[in-house]
Design a protein around this ligand. Structure first.
Ligand code: NAD
Length: 298
């Protein structure tokens, strides 16, 4: 049994902390939201009154927070001051590469082992313990990180040094945003050309246009495997979350001097969709924007 401190028990962290408790670990949980904390206690975690109290005797600290500023503040102001130096620190939030490297630097300087380990997979995978983790950490620490993440994971991959996990996450999600928009454009054009969506699905999913957005997550209702499109785009991966990741990718590209014109277009289209009030819909709902039918989403 490992003593784990789990900070951030929202949509993702709630299910992840529950899986650590289910694996018989002692989980000291904390969230600013009393409701989130109550749900974690119902799932077998112990409530802590603060970050400091949660991490005080922890062997592993796991955080699942909204964005870079939250991670900088929770580690910089609380975790590093109160956790034992022997604790393994793992941040699973999706944040900017710069913040991940800055926090890793602070942690290392204070004598801690630290990993950025963002996830692929949504709330259902968090609950099922089937997330994929992409990890940035010292090579010597990877085995310990992998073991600590095991109750929440179906795959854990070492991406490289500190920040590499976040780099992998934003590059993957930029590719996903672009491929979903390409898929939606192709289905919208097929419709205008009088081609039935189910016929185009069958053809594209076996031709060179094939990709995950076509074959596994088809944005057209009633076509292909069951997806959020079949539930008026409820659940799944929110467009606002995709926009967050596309912004992170554009910020990183600007800082690194990388050319990402398709990523920039994807960010602009998701910003337009979000600005129209559809940020809570699944990211595949952008099909209805391209079809000129956003009203159908209300
Ligand atoms: P969420 O908003 O539901 O949860 C975040 C939790 O952090 C909230 O409960 C909030 O109260 C808590 N929190 C914020 N500041 C805190 C602090 N200082 N101390 C303690 N708790 C604090 O968000 P989420 O959907 O669980 O996402 C978490 C992270 O995972 C994000 O970085 C997101 O981009 C990433 N992610 C989300 C999904 C998804 O499908 N939801 C998928 C992959 C990755």
């Amino acid at each position: 049994m490992t003593h784990i401190a789990f900070i951030g028990l929202g949509n993702m962290g709630g299910g992840m902390a529950a899986n650590q408790a289910k694996a018989q670990h002692q989980v000291s949980a904390f969230d600013l939201s009393a409701a989130a904390l109550e749900r974690a206690v119902a799932a077998g975690c112990h409530a802590a009154g603060s970050v400091a109290e949660a991490v005080k005797d922890a062997q592993v600290v796991i955080t699942m927070l909204p964005a870079g500023p939250h991670v900088r503040s929770v580690y910089g102001e609380q975790v590093l001051a109160h956790a034992p130096k022997s604790a393994l620190l793992i941040d699973c939030s999706t944040i900017d590469v710069e913040s991940a490297r800055a926090v890793a630097g602070l942690a290392k300087a204070a004598g801690f082992r630290f990993a950025d380990a963002p996830v692929s997979g949504g709330v259902m995978a968090a609950e099922a313990g089937t997330l994929a983790f992409m990890v940035g950490c010292d090579a010597a620490d990877f085995a310990a990180v992998e073991a600590a993440l095991a109750p929440m994971s179906r795959a854990t991959i070492h991406a490289g040094d500190h920040g590499a996990g976040q780099a992998a996450k934003i590059c993957n999600n930029m590719l996903l945003g672009i491929s979903m928009l390409g898929t939606c454009e192709a289905f919208a054009l097929a419709e205008k050309l009088g081609l039935a969506a189910d016929r185009f699905f069958e053809i594209a999913s076996q031709s060179s246009g094939q990709c995950w957005s076509v074959s596994t997550y088809c944005p057209v209702p009633g076509v292909g495997p069951s997806t959020p499109a079949d539930r008026n785009y409820e659940g799944g991966f929110a467009a606002a979350m995709m926009l967050k990741d596309l912004k992170l990718a554009q910020d990183a590209a600007a800082k690194a001097g990388a050319s990402t014109p398709m990523g920039a277009q994807a960010e602009a289209l998701y910003a337009l969709f979000d600005g129209n009030g559809f940020g809570g819909k699944d990211f595949s709902a952008v099909l209805q924007l391209l079809r000129g039918k956003v009203a159908s989403l209300n």
